[in-house]
Design a binder for this molecule. Structure first.
Ligand SMILES: Nc1ncnc2c1ncn2[C@@H]1O[C@H](COP(=O)(O)OP(=O)(O)OP(=O)(O)O)[C@@H](O)[C@H]1O
Length: 332
């Protein structure tokens, strides 16, 4: 049996060697091919920790988020939640764990039923999991709405009666209704007007703090990730190429891809830093990645050695970071 102290030390979520393949057609009439959307990813999320997952479109961020929540099954590797391997449990035990993990989507309108009141939709999780009677659920819905900054009297409204930012607040209230300790937020503000993105990000930051949530925050907005996250995992073609404390990575990115990604966000770049050139060239197809390091075809530092083997993620810099690049020590 594990003691309470052991259980606090165990990461809440642990992905080990996780991969996920999809069979997909290339173009309208093309052959079916396997796309390895996520490749041999190791990632841990501690209790109360916020981990940002960043990278270009198609690099596997959403797939990884769904694997961590067991909404998708890995084709290889394991995901553990609170010390238990999710693929090995089922039935009631999995349902009990499920209420502790929630997903917040990019598009709150798409994830809310347009014909049901927001109150009923927020109450669903509590009723399905038997956490409350209908009367208790109504009361808790009112509390959740005020917790996310909405008027509790608006529980009887339909989703279209809210603005985009308010709808995302409703989606957050719905995710919190089952009392999760792990939340994956997949681009939760990118569909919103820029003027209200910060309000929703601040709400997420406050809720994380007050409720002690572990959060995986998937985003291509590096400013938001820097503001919100303790740690970052940078993905390229399904693999994590750099991971470590957010402050260290944003101050001095080590992997050539992280450097390029940050260089593409001008206000994050120190002036006259010539080691960071923005990304050149096309993202290779995930169904036909380059041999060796996936980034080598766009990397200004690549040599023939980079084509030979996939570089492992290795400790670098002594600040808790890991980098998958055989040249990282040389390129300074
Ligand atoms: N259900 C699916 N069937 C086939 N291919 C898929 C499926 N889901 C994802 N993919 C492919 O897997 C790769 C990774 O997709 P994923 O959505 O995880 O990336 P992402 O980094 O979240 O992208 P974005 O930022 O655009 O959401 C892409 O090439 C995508 O086309």
């Amino acid at each position: 049996m594990t003691s309470a102290a052991d259980s606090c030390r165990t990461p809440l979520v642990e992905a080990e060697g996780v991969s996920r393949a999809f069979r997909a057609r290339q173009g309208l009439l093309g052959r079916r091919r396997d796309i390895l959307a996520v490749r041999e990813v190791d990632l841990t999320v501690a209790r109360r920790e916020a981990v940002g997952v960043v990278g270009e479109s198609g690099c596997g961020k959403s797939t990884l988020g769904r694997l961590l929540l067991h909404l998708l099954k890995p084709t290889a590797g394991t995901v553990r939640f609170d010390g238990r391997t999710l693929a090995e449990i089922g039935g009631d035990r999995l349902r009990t764990l499920r209420r502790r993990m929630q997903l917040i989507f990019q598009d709150p309108y798409g994830s809310l039923d347009p014909r049901r009141t927001v109150g009923d939709q927020i109450a669903d999780g509590m009723l399905i999991h038997g956490l409350a009677t209908p009367a208790e659920a109504r009361e808790r819905v009112a509390g959740l709405l005020s917790q996310v900054g909405l008027d509790p009297a608006h529980a009887a409204r339909l989703p279209h009666e809210f603005s985009g930012g308010q709808r995302q607040r409703v989606a957050i209230a719905r995710a919190l209704a089952t009392g999760p300790d792990f939340v994956v937020a997949d681009e939760p503000v990118s569909a919103l007007d820029v003027s209200i993105q910060a309000q929703v990000v601040n709400l997420l930051a406050d809720l994380r703090e007050s409720l002690g949530l572990a959060l995986v925050f998937i985003s291509h907005d590096l400013h938001v990730v820097r503001h919100l996250c303790d740690r970052v995992a940078v993905m390229y073609l399904g693999r994590v190429v750099e991971t470590g404390p957010a402050a260290a990575i944003f101050a001095a990115p080590a992997h050539p891809y992280t450097r390029a990604l940050l260089a593409a966000t001008p206000s994050l770049v120190r002036r006259r830093d010539s080691s960071r050139a923005p990304l050149a060239g096309e993202l290779p197809s995930p169904s036909d990645p380059p041999s060796g390091c996936g980034f080598r075809t766009r990397c200004p530092f690549a040599t023939t050695a980079c084509a030979e083997a996939v570089p492992p993620l290795e400790a670098f810099g002594g600040d808790g970071r890991q980098v998958a690049c055989v040249r990282v020590a040389e390129i300074g």
